[in-house]
Design a protein around this ligand. Structure first.
Ligand SMILES: C[S@@+](CC[C@H](N)C(=O)[O-])C[C@H]1O[C@@H](n2cnc3c(N)ncnc32)[C@H](O)[C@@H]1O
Length: 323
């Protein structure tokens, strides 16, 4: 899988061993990234309690786990669509196992699941859902199909659409094209962009974030890694039907804490600009020391999700996410 990612080829699992490899090696990271993107939505719309979820390219139902983690038990009905029936079946088996074993799921009869075996290139009619998710799937389609799938997703969105992709440079231009298209369709793209102007990032920079996740012993073993954690770099878009609160600026690089000052890089009003917050700035300095890559700025104006296992992952190069 890692080799396929590095070659830029699609990493879609196509046999049972690869599907299980995806679940063990990739799903924890895609879960963490989807959860981080959803947390931005939850922070921008604190009263949001989606009752229905449509997960397009759901795979092993990663998105549903993340949605339940962020929105608690609000989801009453979830539609999971994927072209790979075996992957959907694996996801259902995982949920069944968890329902029996994990405390939060014991006796839970929610949500009702509809599993739809279909391709996003020939989607069936999909009724509106409060929350629609396209996680790590649009980038696997060619440009035309991806745009059509985005249209399908937006058409089925009555509340919010969340798109998550690997955080590598080659996805940036496509993500920005999807953002423009969503705005043409009347969407409010509420994150990560804190404005509706063009993206200010150029050539050697691309909008992405990172989330840190813990590795279990099995996870370490299958990845031949010794670290107890990994950083998943991801890019995302949150689009809503109704306007939602946005911070004036967003921190687009990991903050650098120096002696007596903190260096931030912000996206604000269509510009990418540095901001140095010094000890003399009092409360702002305190806030800057706590600020995380991806947070809104200024801190008091931002509705940021509470810190989780995410620390301050280092920004790095074009890492393929499968390592
Ligand atoms: C990288 S996995 C992502 C799975 C899940 N969303 C996650 O974040 O872990 C991509 C999923 O998209 C599905 N997929 C790829 N092309 C598709 C298409 N044209 N229509 C429907 N599903 C597709 C694959 O079968 C696979 O389950």
């Amino acid at each position: 899988m890692a080799e396929r990612y590095r070659d830029g080829a699609t990493a879609m699992p196509d046999d049972e061993a690869r599907r299980i490899a995806y679940v063990v090696a990739r799903m924890p990271a895609t879960f963490a990234a989807v959860r981080a993107a959803l947390a931005r939505l939850a922070a921008a719309a604190p009263r949001l309690a989606p009752a229905s979820l449509l997960d397009l390219g759901a795979g092993p139902a990663t998105g549903l786990w993340a949605v339940e983690d962020v929105f608690g038990g609000s989801i009453a009905h979830a539609t999971l669509l994927d072209s790979d029936t075996a992957m959907l079946a694996l996801g259902t088996r995982l949920r069944e196992a968890a329902t029996h074993r994990a405390a939060p799921f014991q006796g839970a009869d929610r949500p009702r699941l509809d599993v739809v075996h279909a391709s996003l290139t020939r989607p069936p009619a999909l009724p509106p859902h409060d929350l629609v998710l396209c996680a790590y799937v649009l980038g696997e389609l060619d440009a035309r199909n991806a745009l059509e799938a985005l249209g399908t997703a937006w058409h089925a969105t009555s509340g919010a659409l969340v798109v998550v992709e690997p955080g590598w440079p080659r996805g940036h231009a496509r993500l920005m094209a999807w953002r423009s298209r969503l705005m043409e369709w009347g969407a409010h793209v509420i994150a990560p962009c804190p404005h509706d102007l063009g993206c200010p990032l150029e050539d050697d920079d691309w909008c992405h974030f990172a989330t840190r996740l813990e590795r279990t012993r099995l996870h370490r073993q299958v990845k031949d890694g010794s670290l107890g954690w990994e950083d998943e770099k991801f890019a995302y878009l949150v689009a809503t039907r109704a306007p939602a609160r946005r911070p004036p600026a967003r921190i687009i690089h990991p903050p650098r804490i120096e002696k007596g000052h903190v260096c931030l890089r912000l996206c604000r009003d269509g510009r990418a600009e540095p901001l140095v917050v010094s000890r003399r700035d009092g409360r702002s300095f305190k806030a800057a020391r706590k600020a995380r890559w991806g947070d809104g700025w200024p801190a008091h104006a931002a509705d940021d999700p509470p810190a989780r296992e995410t620390d301050s992952p280092a920004r790095g190069g074009d890492d393929p996410p499968a390592r």
